[in-house]
Design a protein around this ligand. Structure first.
Ligand code: UDX
Ligand code: ADP
Length: 465
């Protein structure tokens, strides 16, 4: 079997960084180099102060500290790392296209194509190329075509090895993966050898029966499908949350009751202000786009519904704030607790918070945000990305503070956008005493003890209750 001694990972982001840190920690005999075109990001991965790593994940610091500069390296020298590695992971970003054909739907594959071309240019020996980024089904064909036309007599094997880690639990997900999926060309000895070589890396810490082998296209499509199914569960329970609010049913009780059926299962049934994150919306849009391109309009519409409900849920939450505050939030201070798209991450991509903020800023509210891991610069970058109004207006109307009590002081309402554990333990009496009355709490994550808060005097609104 082909033995891998050097790995290169292109892209030191939320996927590449944690995944390679775990591979390096579990495979001390393999040299793992993570490269990125962004020198600032690489400098932070190399920082002596582990609190400055560009990605915040519980347990990541410890894993990085154990392997860094032993067999885990972070570098901006992309070419050198490609040249020496037998196996190259592509972990670059694949955002939704913001221009041209497929704008707002298709995945933008320009970064992936650039990586493929760079590997083709630099490689002098056989390479196994592993797609780690989530990609539309049949992307491997694009990479393969670039490789086959690079004019070199080198054997390139393309594998799909989608990442299933969830942010906030990335290290645990990697260390105890439910499964690892490897798609490749099983019809040739070289293809089978490449699949086995990648499997042998994961077998350092996972049992072989957790490693699933499929053809390339099944692997690519499984990643999109897994995310679509997970997002669909959230949209399903969120759609029911609207009905609960009209009928005195309690969405958490409904979720508990249906989740007890082993065919349904209890996970991913937490009603919320709406799902965010870099994957769910992007992957479903991608699925919808592919289906439409292939003339499968009914299938496309079915999945589009998952996104539509998510947009509805975010809008519904924001509208409820406005209607509860006597139909106007103009000039009123609204405190946001949380900005990240979920707890235990500093990632804000597609976070519901930015859409709720955008809606409230249209109503000329003043927003003060407290999030334990997200900077004000990032919040404003998110809002500016929506391009709804002039950037100067965003920075005049939204501020972030480092103290949650200061964020809530003199506010008309507190809106909880992220389920950070620390919010539950706050001194809510103190928060109440310093707010304008009536003091409202809009709990977009159903994490506070509503009864307790009502006894203090708050007017509490939760999702699906
Ligand atoms: C997701 C997939 O879970 C992961 O397998 C894939 O590799 C990447 O996409 P991630 O986006 O990091 O991971 O987080 P996830 O835990 O799936 O949460 C996504 C969003 O759904 C978050 O905004 C979260 O708050 C929301 N969510 C999740 C709910 O609102 N309710 C739930 O019950 C679960
Ligand atoms: P993900 O969540 O998929 O990991 P990120 O945006 O966090 O996405 O990370 C992707 C990283 O890939 C970014 O740091 C970006 O600078 C890097 N990147 C994109 N294209 C290239 C390239 N051609 N070579 C090296 N790094 C790249």
């Amino acid at each position: 079997m082909k033995k891998i001694s050097k790995i290169c990972c292109i892209g030191a982001g939320y996927v590449g960084g944690p995944t390679m840190a775990v591979i390096a920690s579990k495979c001390p005999e393999i040299k793992v180099t993570v490269v990125d075109v962004n020198p600032e990001r690489i400098a932070r991965w190399n920082s002596d102060n582990l609190d400055e790593l560009p990605v915040y994940e519980p347990g990541l610091k410890e894993v990085v500290a154990g392997a860094r500069n032993r067999n885990l390296f972070f570098s901006t020298d992309v070419e050198q790392s490609i040249r020496e590695a037998e196996m190259i992971f592509i972990s670059v970003n694949t955002p939704t296209k913001t221009y041209g054909k497929g704008k707002g739907m298709a995945a933008d594959l320009k970064y992936v194509e650039l990586c493929a071309r760079q590997i083709a240019d630099v490689a002098t020996e056989d390479k196994i190329i592993v797609e780690k980024s989530t990609l539309p089904v049949r992307t491997a064909q694009t990479i393969r075509t670039i490789m086959e036309n690079c004019g070199k007599h080198i054997n390139f094997q393309i594998l799909s090895n989608p990442e299933f880690l969830a942010e906030g639990t990335a290290i645990a997900d990697l260390q105890n993966a439910d499964r690892v999926l490897i798609g490749g060309d099983r019809s040739t000895p070289e293809g089978r050898e490449a699949i086995d070589a990648l499997a042998s890396i994961y077998e350092h810490w996972l049992s072989p029966d957790k490693i699933l082998r499929t053809n390339l296209w099944s692997s690519e499509l499984s990643k999109l499908t897994a995310n679509a199914f997970l997002a669909q569960r959230v949209s399903s329970i969120n759609s029911i949350s609207a009905l609960c609010e009209m009928t005195e049913a309690d969405v958490d009780e409904v979720a508990g009751a249906i989740g007890a059926d082993s065919r349904i299962g209890s996970k991913f049934l937490k009603a919320s202000v709406g799902f965010g994150g870099s994957c769910f919306q992007k992957d479903i849009l991608n699925l919808v786009y592919i289906c439409k391109s292939l003339g499968l309009n009914d299938v496309a519409e079915y999945w589009q519904g998952v996104i539509d409900i998510n947009n509805y849920q975010k809008r519904r939450f924001a509208e409820k704030i406005v209607t509860s505050l006597f139909n106007t939030v103009a000039g009123k201070k609204i405190a946001f607790l949380g900005w990240a798209f979920k707890k235990d991450t500093n990632d804000t991509r597609e976070t519901a918070a930015m859409y709720v903020a955008d809606y409230l800023l249209d109503e000329t509210a003043n927003i003060t945000v407290y999030d334990p891991k997200v900077t004000q610069t990032q919040m404003l970058t998110d809002l500016n990305y929506l391009a709804t109004r002039e950037e100067s207006k965003n920075s005049a109307m939204l501020h972030s503070v480092k103290d949650p009590y200061e964020a809530c002081k003199d506010a008309h309402a507190v809106a909880i956008l992220t389920e950070w554990d620390e919010f539950k333990g706050y001194d809510w009496q103190k928060i109440y005493d310093n707010m304008k009355k009536p003091a409202f709490v809009f709990d977009g994550r159903n994490i506070v003890d509503a009864e307790k808060l009502r006894n203090i005097g708050f007017k509490v609104s939760q999702i699906g209750k």
